[in-house]
Design a binder for this molecule. Structure first.
Ligand code: VGL
Ligand code: ZN
Length: 222
């Protein structure tokens, strides 16, 4: 079980007395610092732009919120890392090839690019490049063999001396959720600022189920 992140390390709320519901009171800024990394998940045109093939409704506000988090992270000396869904044109991840998703984030296309307004100030970790399912930024899974292979994200975070991660971006119920859950399994303290993510809701209720899973894993939701 991963301990809940203390306010000093990640996300908290100012002025909230015990017993008050979470939505009461102002949201305190995420407390970034050198040991706390910001992980921006899949902020790519296909998810974030209304013209994208797997557009997440409301993603425009996520883009703005993530931009502010990047600024705050940089100012506090936090490392900022990015993940990028990066698929071949054919993969069992895509509906035409037997999967569940419309074709999206094909390597080298406009849809796969990180949104143009996003400041890229740290490493970008690509996932799914070999046709695997890659929901978590930490690992990809070969759909036919089931083999799970780590990406470089964990190593990059450890080399930077990171012990807590703030996970934001798209989509809450898939890649943000899986990245945050893997981070918790790997021993990082985890916070998810909910104003900086949004669910795609392929199945209604996916967003709520994601929140429950994150909470059970000890992630701090704010
Ligand atoms: C994602 C569905 C398919 C995500 C990626 O970034 O959440 N969702 N591929
Ligand atoms: Zn994908």
């Amino acid at each position: 079980m991963v301990p809940v992140i203390p306010h000093s390390a990640a996300v908290g709320r100012a002025g909230r007395g015990p017993g008050l519901p979470a939505h009461n009171g102002p949201v305190a800024p995420v407390n970034f610092g050198p040991g706390v990394a910001l992980v921006v998940v899949d902020l790519q045109n296909d998810f974030a732009d209304p013209r994208g093939s797997l557009y997440v409704a409301g993603a425009e506000s996520v883009v703005g919120a993530v931009g502010e988090l990047v600024d705050r992270a940089l100012a506090a000396g936090s490392p900022v890392l990015y993940t990028q869904d990066w698929h071949p044109p054919h993969t069992p991840h895509f509906a035409p090839d037997g999967g569940i998703w419309p074709v999206h984030c094909v390597a080298g296309t406009w849809g796969a690019e990180l949104v143009p307004s996003l400041a890229v100030v740290g490493p970008v970790v690509r996932k799914g490049t070999g046709g695997e399912d890659g929901y978590s930024g930490f690992s990809v899974r070969d759909v036919s063999t089931g083999e799970v292979v780590a990406t470089e994200l964990d190593r990059l975070l450890r080399e930077a001396g990171v012990e807590a991660v703030v996970v934001c971006g798209l989509a809450l119920d898939y890649c943000v959720k899986e990245t945050a859950l893997d981070a918790a399994r790997l021993g990082y303290r985890v916070a998810v600022p909910l104003h900086a993510t949004r669910a795609v809701e392929l199945h209604p209720g996916d967003g709520d189920r994601a929140l429950e899973a994150l909470q059970s894993a000890g992630a701090s939701l704010s």
